[in-house]
Every structure is written in C-alpha cells, then in structure tokens.
Design a protein around this ligand. Structure first.
Ligand SMILES: Nc1ncnc2c1ncn2[C@@H]1O[C@H](COP(=O)(O)OP(=O)(O)OP(=O)(O)O)[C@@H](O)[C@H]1O
Ligand SMILES: [Mg+2]
Length: 373
C-alpha cells in the first residue's frame, strides 16, 4: 500500500473514549472547530463514570456533534483528507461508538481512517498551540486513568514509557480526595478552585516514591495511594476530634504534594536524558498550580515547558484530529485505506472496513496498523 504524505491535511477527529463526545476539524496545525458534548452531569449523579450511560450518551450526541463541528469549520464532508478516531485506551462500549462512526464515514467518503491512541493524542494536541512536537521531548501525561512519563522520539510512531503510576492515576487521586472533602465529581477542578485561598504548606502530606530506596527502584514512577490514605486519615482524625476540616488548606496541601512529585520527577528525567522540552498533557494538566509551578521550575532548570490551554487538556476531538494530521503529514499508514478497489471483492471488504476498539491499547502504540489480510 502506497501512502502519500499531505502537507496541510484536513482531518476530522472523533473522540469517544470516556464521557466526552468530541469532534474537531484540523487543517495542518490549525484548529478549525472543536465541539464537545458531555454526559458529565449525568455521571455526577453516580459519583463516577458509568460505562453504559457514557456509551448511550455518545450514540445520542454524535450525529449532531459531527454536523455542528463541520459547519463551524466551514468545510464540506468531501473536502476531508482523513478521519482519525480514538481506538483506545478507554471504555470499550464508548470507544465502539466513535470507531463505528469513523468507519462508516470512511466508507461513505472513501477516505482513510486512522485508529489512534488517546494518550498520544493528549500530547499531540500541543502542536496546535505551540507548533511541531520537538524530537525528542519528554511528556508528562496526567489524566483520569493514566499517569506516565514518556520519551517522545516521534509522536507519530516512537513513544517509550519511562515511568508510570504504580497505583492510582493523578486524576483519580484528585477525584477520590474531592469526594472525601465533600466536593463534586469530577473532583480535579473543584479541588483546584477550593484550594485557591488555602495554605499549601498547612499539612506536610507524603510525596510518593521519593525516598532513597524508591529513587533507585522506581526513579521515574509515581504512586498516589499513600497520599490518598494520608488525606483520608487526616480528615477522619479532624472529624473525630470535632475540629472541623479546613477544606481549602487540605485541598491546597494535597494538590501541592501531587504537583511537587510530578514536576520534580519530570524535570529530573529531562535532565538525565539531556532533553530540553517537557510537554504536559491530560486532564490534570488543566490544574492551575501544576501549570504555574511547572512553568516556573522548568524555567529555573533550563527546560522549556509546554502545556496546552486548559480546554485542550481534558478530552476533546482536537487532540485526535491533531494526531491524525501529524500521521497524515508524516505519510504513516492508515488503519484502513481508501476502500473503493477492494470493495469490489466482498470477502476482503469486511477485513478492510473493520478494526476493533482496544480498551487497553498500550501507550507505545500510536496508531493501529492495517488489519492483516
Ligand atoms: N483543574 C484540574 N485540576 C486537577 N485535575 C483536573 C483538573 N481538571 C480536570 N482534572 C482531572 O482530569 C481528569 C480527566 O482528565 P481526562 O479527561 O484526560 O481523563 P480521562 O480521559 O478520563 O482519562 P484517560 O485520558 O487516562 O483515558 C479527571 O480526573 C479530573 O478530575
Ligand atoms: Mg483523556
């Protein structure tokens, strides 16, 4: 299969891995439209994401979201060069909705479809704001389901994991601690807001995996479960003693403990690998304290820190379209190519139309290869 690189491709991006239905159009590195429908209010009633609720909400929202994104971008369907869709990781039922839609549009328009990795997309979105992703760079991916330190040699095909969380993801820790403090779901933005008037030094919560032994064995890994337990114990003790829980101070101290470890380990990994750019992506990168301190400490360490605007850190279609556009520009193979000639042969058509959603896609696999014939 011969693939031609297109320099300023018009790419449709579809994201349905969790509870956001995101659709966007990107031309080259320019974001033309980005529309998000979310089922977060429905999920908040349950205090977390219910997969079945998310899948149904995607089915209901997707057609209108697609049409709104297309009209805001001011493009026609037949103008697009390729479709990119999140193929994993994520909730399998939710992923399937986006993947099926992308396959249908690919067949209808006879355009190539790229099944891309949600986590690589969280990094690739930054090229829409700060320009091409430097090679190599370090990426800190901090989201609701993942926390990893990645060496990005080429965002279209070469990402290696340097470190990862051994237990909770950073976003998960924010969500769980928020619940302990009686704050709403998702907890990250509420902790961020509640902590504003608080004292980050009020309680010296543990910084996970920073002691001497961990420094050797888990130098670039993270752990947030000990911190979560420490907050839980502190809150329980305060309640027992009837002194009341100073929400702002506890939130600020917890947040500082997370931020300190994330920044220290990321900048140290940059220094040790002799890499001068750190990109931070994923929902927790929307955190105001992390953003401010990463920029400042990065500057002091001689590392350029790039963080997309908060709206592009949480799940959206722009990140998927951005990675798709990078893949097309680099001439990478689509997961399914334009179909017409092979559709003449029904037995091969089924293979060419389909690829599966992969709920546990590993972070190193940037996009799904074509299915074997
Ligand atoms: N301002 C903030 N401060 C801290 N955390 C935040 C903030 N805004 C959002 N988050 C957290 O980001 C997470 C959502 O991020 P994202 O949408 O990238 O996760 P996800 O897509 O569910 O997970 P993954 O990307 O790992 O599949 C939630 O845990 C949320 O609490
Ligand atoms: Mg995400």
């Amino acid at each position: 299969m011969y693939v031609t690189a297109v320099s300023e491709p018009l790419v449709l991006g579809i994201e349905t891995s969790c509870d956001e239905t995101g659709v966007a159009f990107v031309r080259g590195q320019q974001l033309l439209s980005d529309v998000i429908a979310t089922s977060v209010d429905e999920q908040a009633r349950f205090g977390g994401v219910v997969p079945e609720v998310a899948s149904r909400a995607h089915v209901e929202a997707l057609t209108a979201t697609l049409e709104q994104a297309r009209s805001r971008a001011g493009v026609a369907w037949h103008d697009i060069d390729a479709i990119a869709v999140t193929a994993g990781p994520g909730l399998v039922g939710a992923l399937l909705v986006g993947v099926a839609a992308a396959q249908g549009i690919g067949v209808a328009l006879d355009k190539p479809v790229y099944g891309v990795n949600h986590l690589a997309s969280h990094i690739a979105v930054d090229r829409l704001v700060h320009g091409e992703i430097p090679q190599p760079c370090m990426a800190l991916l901090v989201s609701g389901g993942h926390t990893s330190l990645l060496r990005v040699n080429d965002v279209t095909q070469d990402i290696t994991q340097v470190g990862r969380t051994l237990d909770d993801a950073a976003g998960e820790a924010f969500d769980k601690v928020a619940r302990m403090l009686g704050l709403a779901f998702p907890g990250g933005p509420h902790i961020d807001a509640a902590s504003q008037p608080g004292d980050p030094g009020y309680i010296d919560f543990p910084r996970g995996l920073t002691d001497a032994a961990s420094d050797r064995e888990h130098r670039h890994d993270f752990s947030f479960s000990g911190l979560k337990t420490a907050v839980s114990r502190w809150v329980a003790a305060a309640n027992r003693e009837g002194i009341g829980v100073p929400i702002a101070d506890v939130a600020a101290s917890f947040q500082q403990a997370v931020v300190d470890v994330l920044i220290m380990k990321s900048l140290r990994a940059c220094a040790e690998a002799n890499i001068d750019t750190l990109i931070i992506g994923g929902g927790v990168a929307a955190n105001s304290r992390l953003r401010e301190q990463a920029m400042r400490r990065g500057h002091e360490a001689g590392v350029t820190v790039r963080i997309p605007p908060a709206i592009l850190c949480t799940d959206n279609g722009a990140m998927v379209a951005s990675l798709g556009s990078a893949l097309v520009s680099a001439g990478r193979h689509p997961t399914i190519a334009a179909l017409s000639p092979d559709l003449l042969y029904p037995e091969s058509a089924a293979i060419l139309v389909g690829f599966d959603a992969d709920s546990s896609l590993p972070v190193e696999l940037v996009s799904l290869p074509p299915p074997a014939r």
